[in-house]
Design a protein around this ligand. Structure first.
Ligand SMILES: Nc1nc2c(ncn2[C@@H]2O[C@H](COP(=O)(O)OP(=O)(O)OP(=O)(O)O)[C@@H](O)[C@H]2O)c(=O)[nH]1
Ligand SMILES: [Mg+2]
Ligand SMILES: [Zn+2]
Length: 311
């Protein structure tokens, strides 16, 4: 059916034009890309009275004329992954996420301190974490055992771990199974292969990937903005820019301890109610470190994060 340009749209479609639900796919500077309920993408701007909008946000939008598209409302967020920016202010990475895939690799080297921070952030926001060790193709048998040993602490704590490779077939089905019917985000250091995993799952996306520097063994910060993609089986996956450090935003010492599941078991057993498990007498956590129930390296990591919260 063709319609002449002068005909007035019927009221039902006018209604839609006035208040459309949508979701933010990406946000670069002032430019926001959203998708509408039909999955169609639009470039938008946002009303000034709105808080900073991020990838994954559910919004309402309208277009006052065919050329402009304006977001006028932010719908309540189910979850939110945030960290402090360089000035200590909250920087939201993404919203409405169900699952966080913490991608690690042998190159750049696995960093347990960073992993622990992500795990705390996930616990406090109730986003399910999954640890992904990528680039297993680089490991011989002995090296693989070395990483399995390092990650065994996390396995014992009940975190799911997937050993995979963006370059080989290992565990790829396991990874895609995990992503079904929910919104997941890939996070981790620059160069661990987040975008490569995305490309492996969705070859048509062809996201930019960057070599790890030979000189420093670090990534080159190739991905610069978070972006949401749909998976073929259902579910969505957000690729995010790699980071050097992941600070925790607005976390109290008590909340930090809640992010360590092995501490939670004995949380009411310290002599002092406000025990920070540093060197207090009668501390149940220190007792567990002493007798090997709690890994000394996890406790040391807790102390480092605790010190960083005070900075
Ligand atoms: N050997 C091997 N190399 C990989 C694998 N996955 C990624 N790489 C390489 O690692 C480098 C970094 O990959 P990216 O996918 O750009 O890493 P990223 O995590 O997205 O990095 P940022 O966007 O900077 O955060 C590239 O040279 C990839 O080819 C893998 O499974 N095995
Ligand atoms: Mg990337
Ligand atoms: Zn204690």
């Amino acid at each position: 059916m063709s319609r002449s340009p002068t005909s007035t749209p019927d009221t039902s479609s006018k209604q839609k034009i006035e208040n459309n639900p949508g979701r933010i796919i990406a946000h670069f500077g002032k430019r926001i890309v959203i998708e509408d309920a039909q999955g169609q993408e639009h470039r938008c701007s946002a009303r000034r009275n709105l808080p900073p909008l991020v990838c994954g946000d559910e919004i309402n939008w309208h277009y006052p004329d065919p050329k402009s598209c304006i977001i006028h409302e932010l719908r309540p967020r189910r979850s939110l992954l945030a960290r402090p920016d360089a000035r200590g202010k909250q920087k939201i990475i993404a919203a409405n996420i169900d699952q966080i895939l913490i991608v690690c690799a042998p190159l750049p080297e696995l960093n347990e301190g960073l992993l622990d921070r992500y795990l705390v952030a996930a616990a406090l926001t109730e986003i399910k974490p999954v640890i992904v060790l990528n680039k297993t193709d680089l490991l011989d048998k002995k090296q693989r055992l070395h990483y399995q040993e390092r990650l065994s602490i996390y396995q014992q704590l009940g975190y799911p771990i997937i050993y995979t490779s963006a370059h080989e077939d290992e565990a790829f089905n396991q990874l895609s199974e995990r992503l079904r019917e929910q919104t997941s985000i890939l996070v981790g250091q620059s160069g661990v292969g987040k975008s490569s995993l995305l490309n492996r799952l969705l070859p048509e996306v062809n996201a930019r990937i960057g070599e790890v520097s030979d000189a420093t063994g670090k990534g080159r910060h190739t991905t610069t903005t978070a972006r949401l993609y749909h998976l073929p089986d259902s579910g969505a996956l957000i690729d995010s820019p790699g980071i050097r450090e992941f600070g925790l935003w607005n976390v109290s010492p008590k909340q930090l301890a809640q992010g360590f599941p092995e501490f939670v078991k004995r949380k009411d057993e310290c002599r002092f109610r406000d025990c920070q498990h540093r060197n207090e007498p009668g501390c149940a956590i220190l007792e567990d470190v002493e007798n090997g129930e709690i890994s000394a390296s996890r406790h040391a990591s807790y102390l480092r994060i605790l010190a960083s919260l005070e900075e």
